[in-house]
Design a protein around this ligand. Structure first.
Ligand code: MD3
Ligand code: FE
Length: 205
């Protein structure tokens, strides 16, 4: 990645979803959360709680706790039940933005309240790095940061707004990224505020 540039394969699609589509997707997420409640993930080894609350839909879900660390599994860690299905509207976005030949297996649902953030990290618990990660933002804006594929490389920051889609393919698939802060009160989509991020992922090659 050249300095001042974003890694190749990174695509930012602002306002990909209009307001009615965002509202419909929020209803789908509410149904997912009703079946698979949001929970507080723990960092491996330390057990330190993350500030984001999480759940999943799809045949696999990404989970983390003190004992087991980062992993994908077929069931919700608290209910023991299979994750609910990925909503059709999300499967359509996955097909539209990249055309990957296989469907996503996991959709991680991250909920950020006004104080939540996510430190700079790579997503490398999947076995298929050819598949992109596709992110959909709903609700309050956030300050998103993306860097290179080695920690310490220059990073760039920008705001993600409700309805924005980000596609992380190619080189960007293994880039460091995180969420530095939420901007409370910047969206009317969610009655009680906050931000939802949905990331579609393929785990198996
Ligand atoms: C760049 N989520 O769930 S979405 C995550 O807004 C995660 O909740 C953030 O990082 C959020 O792992 C960022 C945008 C995103 C997602 C996955 C990526 C950017 C990425 C994977 C590789 C590189
Ligand atoms: Fe990530």
């Amino acid at each position: 990645m050249a300095e001042h540039e974003l890694p190749t394969g990174f695509r930012y699609l602002p306002a990909y979803l209009d307001r009615p589509a965002q509202e419909a997707l929020v209803e789908e997420v509410r149904a997912v959360v009703a079946a698979a409640p949001l929970y507080v993930p723990q960092m491996p080894k330390t057990g330190r709680p993350m500030s984001v609350r999480m759940t999943n839909c799809g045949s696999l879900g990404w989970v983390t706790d003190r004992e087991g660390g980062y992993r994908y599994q077929e069931t919700h860690p608290l209910t023991g039940q299979p994750w609910p299905a990925i909503p059709a509207a999300l499967l359509r976005i996955w097909e539209e933005v990249y055309g990957y030949p296989k469907p996503p297996q996991a959709c991680l649902v991250n909920f950020y309240d006004g104080e939540a953030k996510m430190g700079l990290h790579q997503d490398r618990d999947e076995r298929d790095f050819e598949a992109p990660v596709v992110s959909v933002s709903l609700g309050d804006q956030c300050l998103f940061r993306i860097g290179g594929t080695v920690r310490g490389a220059q990073t760039r920051s920008f705001r993600l707004s409700s309805g924005d889609v980000v596609v992380l393919g190619g080189e960007s698939r293994l880039s460091f990224h995180g969420v530095d802060r939420i901007f409370p009160g910047t969206s009317t989509l969610l009655r009680n505020g906050g931000r939802i991020n949905l990331t579609l992922r393929r785990v198996d090659p």
